[in-house]
Design a binder for this molecule. Structure first.
Ligand code: C2O
Ligand code: CU
Ligand code: CU
Length: 487
């Protein structure tokens, strides 16, 4: 089965012709000269109004980017020609956005990993028409985390993200500040994306290659091809974001050095965990702290896995440490005192089946149908079984912990707060999901596979969060619901 999948992928990609950058698209190991300085997306400064609200302006726009010397690539970006600025806010901040769509067609902007009211979520129900501006606002009410933003329009998310509409959204709090926090110096974002380029340097936009979606031969880190980074301190926090459409990576270093995992998708771990490799599937994030000796040189890379979406290996980033390194203070042994929510013994259990035809429980996504109604401030157990290709599963607005995978504890690097989980073909994952206080019977939130082709094909469902005993306010058909139409 595995080799068949690989063959299908191989043949599709070969016919299209490959870029001049790598002729072997399954690996670039040993072939990267590391000639370009790693781009660090700049932090977007807010304007603060008299009520203390931080206002951010984001504009989705068309542009061209020189990823390869002398070649112009047509791209989309936010406040620039590709990717978007980093947003950094404190827990407790009130934030407000002006999101302007200048890409000439409708899109949306979703805050992945954010706990917020459903109508601010930026999913498929919050379309931003070409030429218009969307103005969501909310209060940051969750622990420190590395989250991100990207389009989420129904049916075209894969293409919009692939064209480079995405950025990092960092939440800091008192606990997270005990880790290296000097952005761009000892706190470095790494947005990992794979692409396919044609000879002339343009993106090959075959985002619908079955069975997983596009898996490219060329890796961009923060939009930089073939990047290197010089570090000047002894301990560096990297915020890893797998922003790829379908590819998963087992991250590690070519010299086998270990690193400390300090955070999963949705927040800090109780204590750091020492690892030499960890896997992230699309949409997942992790924060790691890496130690350097003066003059060190190492290559941050990915290793081969055993699933359909992680079979290839790549060199991602060369890191060179200066001869004089500033000593960073040791990272704390206890990272967070945030209480884990207990799973009540009578917790509601919901089951979800992911199938080969990109459906969930036999149904494809329907914008008008609400699939699940959840009570505010509860913890539920969601049991997700994958009966098809490799998938993962992401839930909006909520954070969860993995209870088990096929009845066993999850890998050591997946035991913290999360919002996206990899579900290998044939497995069942049980997660304890903590739902918050924001209710709205007529604005749904999404759960879906974060392999963007599958999401576009309809492997997505909708849930609303309501107060107990208000279920009758949930509309039978959202299309007929006036309240919903006006937003
Ligand atoms: Cu990152 Cu529903 O998305
Ligand atoms: Cu999301
Ligand atoms: Cu999937």
């Amino acid at each position: 089965m595995k080799s068949l999948k690989c063959f299908i992928l191989l043949s599709t990609v070969t016919i299209m012709g490959l870029t001049g950058c790598n002729t072997d698209y399954t690996s670039n190991i040993g072939k990267q000269p590391f000639t370009n300085i790693l781009n660090i997306p700049e932090i977007l400064e807010p304007t603060i109004d008299e009520n203390g609200v931080k206002h951010f302006a984001l504009t989705m726009q068309e542009g061209t980017t020189e990823f390869f010397k002398g070649k112009q690539t047509k791209t989309w970006g936010i406040n620039g020609s590709y990717l978007g600025p980093t947003i950094r806010v404190e827990r407790g901040d009130q934030v407000a956005f002006d999101v302007t769509n200048n890409i000439g067609e409708p899109s949306t902007l979703h805050w992945h990993g954010m706990h917020l009211p459903a109508e601010m979520d930026g999913g498929p129900h919050q379309m931003i028409e070409a030429g218009s501006t969307w103005e969501p606002y909310w209060t940051i009410n969750q622990p420190a985390a590395t989250t991100w933003y990207h389009p989420h329009l129904h049916g075209k998310t894969a293409l919009h993200v692939y064209r480079e509409l995405a950025g990092m959204f960092i939440i800091v709090d008192e606990e997270s500040k005990s880790l290296p926090s000097n952005y761009g110096v000892n706190d470095i974002p790494l947005i990992i994306q794979d692409k396919l380029f044609s000879e002339d340097g343009n993106l090959i936009e075959k985002t619908d290659i079955e069975p997983f979606g596009l898996m490219g031969n060329t890796i961009l880190v923060n939009g930089t091809y073939d990047p290197y980074l010089e570090v000047k301190e002894s301990q560096i926090r990297f915020r890893l974001l797998n922003g790829s459409n379908a590819r998963a990576y087992h991250f590690g270093f070519d010299d086998g050095r270990t690193f400390q995992l300090v955070a999963n998708d949705a927040g800090l771990l109780d204590s750091p965990i020492e690892l030499d490799q960890m896997m992230l599937s699309p949409g997942e994030r992790a924060e790691i702290v890496v130690s350097f000796e003066p003059g060190d040189e190492t290559i941050f890379r990915s290793f081969k896995g055993e699933n359909g979406i992680d079979q290839n290996e790549f060199e991602l980033l060369k890191i060179v440490a200066s001869d004089n390194l500033k000593e960073t203070k040791e990272i704390p042994k206890i990272l967070t005192k945030e209480q884990k929510s207990e799973v009540p013994t009578n917790a509601k259990v919901r089951t979800f089946e992911l199938t080969m035809d990109s459906k969930i429980n036999g149904k494809a996504m329907d914008m008008n149908r609400i699939d699940e109604v959840v009570h505010a401030n509860t913890t539920e157990i969601w049991e997700i079984t994958n009966r098809g290709w490799d998938h993962n599963f992401h839930i909006h607005d909520a954070a969860f912990r993995i209870l088990d995978i096929n009845g066993e504890l999850p890998p050591i690097y997946e035991r913290g707060r999360k919002d996206t989980v990899f579900i290998p073909s044939g497995s069942t994952v049980r997660i304890a999901v903590q739902f918050g206080e924001n209710t709205n019977p007529s604005f749904p939130l999404m759960y879906h596979c974060h392999l963007l082709l599958h999401e576009d094909e309809g492997m997505m469902g909708q849930f609303v969060i309501v107060e107990p005993r208000t279920e009758d306010e949930v509309p039978k058909n959202l299309h007929n619901n006036e309240h919903n139409q006006h937003h």
